[in-house]
Ligand binder design. Structure first.
Ligand code: 3EB
Length: 349
């Protein structure tokens, strides 16, 4: 079968409207920011994080698309199983699911727990059906992530449910777990999860500067967050690097409390360390400048300081989008995720 490389683009919905039929035939999924973009879901899975974008770009969309070196569509039709909308090509699958906690037959933290369990169960059912067994990258957006519910932060309830869902499905909860991001969305938003899965196993990368999240000590919650710091998917015509949401954490502790500039610098140092680790393990040659960034900003008034801090290390043409979102520790002011697109330079032994 054909191999294809995965591309990420941030474009306005106006620009999307002008793309050709053949271009659309290779789009796996489109993600809006504050609301789902007005696109036909029969054509391609459409979802939204519900977190508003910051800055000039209006109606911004995150587009995941496969590109092959040959003619014709690579992807299936836009499909649905349960509440999961998905589309796939031979190697890669994009999917999304949203669940409104209000519609779940439970209250308080039990509703979040149930919504999270259900979402992951439905995701795993799709992966079983299509044989894209490897969950490689997950984006989790939950309303009011830092709010207390029944004596615990909602993020911690989410972590308990996510871990239970992985365990119940027979999946590992350490080591071979997906790269991820987990952010807060405004009150009243649904739980929104989207993901990429693959047929071939990715290589998981941990950060030598940080404790693996699945080994965080219990003071951060009885059930640890289940994610890898990064992963690399290698295919015959290129590789993709997925860097999880990364913050100003060294070891397992938040550092630079209240200093958004220092937090931004520390976060980039963490991503740089991950790149070194990925390049060492996989033989790729990713550099900071080759990545596309999504920056989650807790307080919109910090945007200028974050932009300035990033400008010191990234060149001016680097792709960066800014999003307002609550980060999953109260003391974190910024979180940064990144994706490295196809780089042909795989040194395979
Ligand atoms: C951290 O390093 C910051 O729970 O899926 C980053 C990426 C974070 C993913 C998740 C959480 C998650 O712990 C928070």
């Amino acid at each position: 079968m054909h191999s294809a490389s995965l591309q990420l683009d941030y474009v306005s919905s106006d620009e999307l409207a002008m793309r050709s039929e053949s271009w659309w035939s290779n789009v796996l999924g489109v993600v809006g920011f504050e609301k789902p973009p007005r696109l036909d879901p029969a054509r391609v899975p459409v979802t939204a994080s519900m977190t508003p974008s910051l800055g000039s770009s209006d109606n911004l969309c995150e587009v995941w698309r496969v590109a092959g070196g040959h003619e014709g569509p690579l992807a299936t039709a836009s499909l649905q199983q349960g509440r999961v909308h998905y589309r796939y090509c031979d190697e890669l699958l994009f999917g999304s699911i949203t669940i409104d906690e209000v519609g779940v037959q439970s209250h308080g933290s039990a509703a979040l727990h149930r919504a999270t369990m259900t979402a992951y169960q439905e995701i795993f059912a799709v992966l079983r059906a299509t044989q894209h067994r490897h969950l490689i990258r997950v984006w989790n957006y939950l309303p009011e992530i830092n709010r207390e519910a029944d004596g615990n932060e909602r993020y911690r309830h989410f972590n308990s449910a996510r871990q239970a869902a992985f365990r119940d499905s027979g999946r590992s909860t350490v080591g071979t777990v997906p790269a991820a991001s987990a952010l807060g969305s405004p009150p009243g938003s649904p739980l929104s999860i989207y993901f990429l899965a693959s047929r071939q196993p990715p290589k998981m990368i941990e950060n030598p500067r940080q404790t693996s999240a699945y080994h965080y000590p219990p003071k951060f919650g009885v059930h640890s967050p289940i994610f890898s710091r990064a992963c690399v998917l290698s295919e015959s015509i290129g590789t993709n690097l997925f860097v999880s949401g990364t913050a100003s954490i060294v070891g397992h502790e938040t550092i630079h409390h209240g200093d958004v500039t220092a937090q931004t610098r520390e976060t980039l140092a963490n991503i740089d360390a991950l790149l070194d680790e990925a390049n060492r393990i996989v033989g790729t040659r990713y550099s900071l400048d080759a990545l596309k960034f999504k920056v989650y900003v807790r307080q919109p008034t910090d945007l200028g300081a974050i932009e300035s801090a990033l400008a010191v290390s990234l060149n001016a043409s680097t792709s960066i989008v800014y999003v307002q979102a609550d980060v999953c520790r109260e003391d974190l002011l910024v979180e940064i995720e990144a994706t490295g697109e196809s780089s042909g330079a795989i040194g395979r032994a």
